[in-house]
Design a protein around this ligand. Structure first.
Ligand code: GDP
Ligand code: MG
Length: 327
């Protein structure tokens, strides 16, 4: 089963496809990042400047300021520089076109949607990330979408550090008739998730999505706890958790990248969801994340509604950054 493979690459029956036709175009969601890209990049293509090294230096500065990051920027600039030297790019339009293509090329390897193989039941998704990144919200949206695709989903309240976190997950579950396994706040997270996995197995659930804490008394304490959770789930099924999905707040720019590196070192992540791209001008961080981590970007979050969790599409994303404002 392909999750959110809907829209372009759907494999699920039409009736279970829930991305509503009223979904806003992505460029309408990425207005701030788009303004950063357009103001910084496109506008100076209009100025009839000569296509030369000086222009490339300006472009380099703009990409850095748009949070694209050093490595991704260098890659883009060096290819542009070679193309200019070969005279295969001689006007602003060609340069603009090549720039978009190079930016898409950086993201393309990360366009790997989450697939749930029919052979694995329950498929366990462990969701990690710092407090406030959007884990619980992303879980809620994902669970609802899966349920709409006739998938039996169970949620597990593994963020036992904060009482409100358990309640937040329970309320998502109650609203959408999705079962939630929870214990009292302060319970051992690994034990809660172990029990939830056994329960999901006994009830023949298709998917178990496990929430986790984003902060403990110390950061090393958090990493140790998450490693323990991973190990303990592996006792029921050595392949579990089948997906370790890190949720990153795209609005935190460089911090999000640093967190992802740290979590990946500790847990060997298998996918990323980058949230809050609607409210930020720092969406360029996605290029940095793609270049540095080369992990599948499963989803992007562009708002608080269920339909605001989107399957990541590299070309759609870059097109949205360069599209003309509609009003
Ligand atoms: N604008 C916007 N807000 C989001 C998005 N994802 C999550 N949020 C909000 O971010 C806040 C923190 O989310 P939460 O799921 O509780 O984070 P957690 O601590 O990682 O579980 C909540 O107010 C969410 O509604 C998104 O894609 N866009
Ligand atoms: Mg939470």
């Amino acid at each position: 089963m392909s999750i959110f493979g809907f829209g372009k690459k759907k494999k699920v029956p039409e009736k279970s496809i829930t991305e509503p036709s009223s979904t806003d175009a992505l460029d309408q969601k990425l207005t701030k990042t788009r303004a950063r890209f357009r103001d910084g990049l496109l506008n100076f293509f209009l100025g009839n400047k000569p296509i030369d090294e000086t222009l490339l230096e300006e472009l380099e500065d703009q990409l850095i300021m748009a949070d694209v990051g050093f490595d991704a920027t260098q890659e883009v600039i060096s290819t542009l520089s070679k193309s200019i030297a070969r005279q295969s790019v001689s006007d602003a339009e060609a340069l603009n076109h090549l720039l978009r293509e190079l930016l898409s090329d950086i993201l393309k390897p990360c366009e790997v949607p989450l697939e749930i193989p029919d052979t694995v039941r329950p498929y366990v998704i462990l969701v990690v990330g710092v407090n406030g990144a959007g884990k619980t919200t992303t879980i809620g949206k994902l669970a609802k979408r899966l349920k709409d695709q006739n998938c039996n989903v169970m949620l597990a309240a593994g963020d036992t550090f904060r009482a409100a976190a358990v309640e937040q997950l329970q309320s998502w579950g109650a609203r959408n008739q999705i079962p939630v396994v929870a214990q009292h706040p302060g319970a051992d997270s690994a034990a809660v998730l172990y029990d939830a996995f056994e329960s999901a197995k006994a009830k023949n659930m298709d998917v178990l999505i496990a929430d986790t804490a984003g902060r403990l008394h110390t950061q090393s304490g958090l990493m140790d706890e998450l490693k323990k959770v991973k190990r303990i789930l592996g006792k029921i099924d050595p392949e579990a958790p089948h997906e370790i999905l890190m949720v990153l707040d795209g609005g935190t720019g460089q911090n999000a990248l640093n967190q992802a590196i740290q979590f990946n070192d500790a847990l060997a992540l298998t996918g990323l969801a980058i949230t809050k791209l609607d409210g930020t001008a720092k969406g360029g961080i996605i290029f940095s994340v793609a270049k540095k981590l080369a992990l599948p970007i499963r989803f992007i979050g562009v708002g608080e509604k269920v339909e605001d969790l989107r399957t990541f599409d590299a070309i759609e994303f870059v097109d949205a950054l360069f599209s003309s404002p509609k009003n």
